[in-house]
Design a protein around this ligand. Structure first.
Ligand SMILES: C[S@@+](CC[C@H](N)C(=O)[O-])C[C@H]1O[C@@H](n2cnc3c(N)ncnc32)[C@H](O)[C@@H]1O
Length: 203
């Protein structure tokens, strides 16, 4: 891992993920998670302030640099979190072991999102809920063209982030149904801000 990935990218991500629109979505969605919670790609822990009291969270993320930020947030907000420096595509947990799962702005970056969702399906108990907010492919052709053009460069500077994935299709083909799904642009460049958010349950 080079200087950029180790030192600069974690700082940039921690700042970039704090936009007011993202904070508003975190505030809306995260309290919907309950019980024993799996958060995939917990990053710098920006969802942690919004969990309800009394939950327990397992945060999976391969980045130890981002985990350092998340530990501070967990302590400041007195959230019960265990950090697991692993990859979403091979979760070290038994079947049906979580009540809820949370994924925010992470399916864009996980190298194999289909495998990650299959793992979430495996470890979530029957009736468990997946709370999500993800950016991805825009409906407007002109925006989509820019997403496709920019993606190779963006992936390099964004730590593997893709602009043009379709998180709704990943969830549906992974065996989830939507209890709620909202889509739309957040403030910012349209190629980076078309957002899919809501709650999904196992079909
Ligand atoms: C854009 S950040 C989002 C962080 C956080 N979820 C948030 O909402 O602020 C993407 C996150 O995905 C994580 N990530 C990348 N590959 C991963 C993988 N294979 N499994 C789990 N997380 C991964 C990164 O380390 C990073 O924390």
């Amino acid at each position: 891992m080079g200087f950029y990935e180790r030192y600069l990218l974690p700082r940039l991500l921690n700042l970039a993920m704090k936009s007011p629109d993202m904070r508003r979505l975190r505030q809306q969605l995260i309290p919907e998670a309950g019980g024993h919670i799996l958060e995939l790609g917990i990053g710098s822990g920006l969802n942690l302030p919004y969990y309800e009291r009394g939950v327990s969270v397992i945060g999976v993320d391969p980045s130890l640099e981002l985990q350092a930020y998340a530990r501070d947030v967990a302590e400041a907000n007195a959230v019960d979190v265990e950090f697991v420096a692993d990859s979403a595509e091979r979760l070290p947990f038994s079947d049906n072991s979580f009540d809820s799962a949370v994924i925010t702005w992470t399916l864009c970056t996980i190298p194999d999102p289909d495998l990650a969702i299959a793992e979430v399906r495996r470890v979530l108990r029957p009736g468990g809920r997946l709370i999500f907010a993800e950016h991805g492919r825009a409906p407007d052709l002109s925006v989509r063209r820019w997403q496709n053009r920019l993606n190779p460069m963006w992936k390099k500077v964004g730590g593997g982030c893709n602009l043009n994935r379709q998180p709704d299709e990943t969830l549906l083909s992974g065996g989830f149904n939507f209890t709620s799904l909202e889509t739309g642009y957040l403030r910012g460049p349209r190629w980076a801000t078309y957002t899919y958010r809501g709650i999904a349950e196992l079909a």
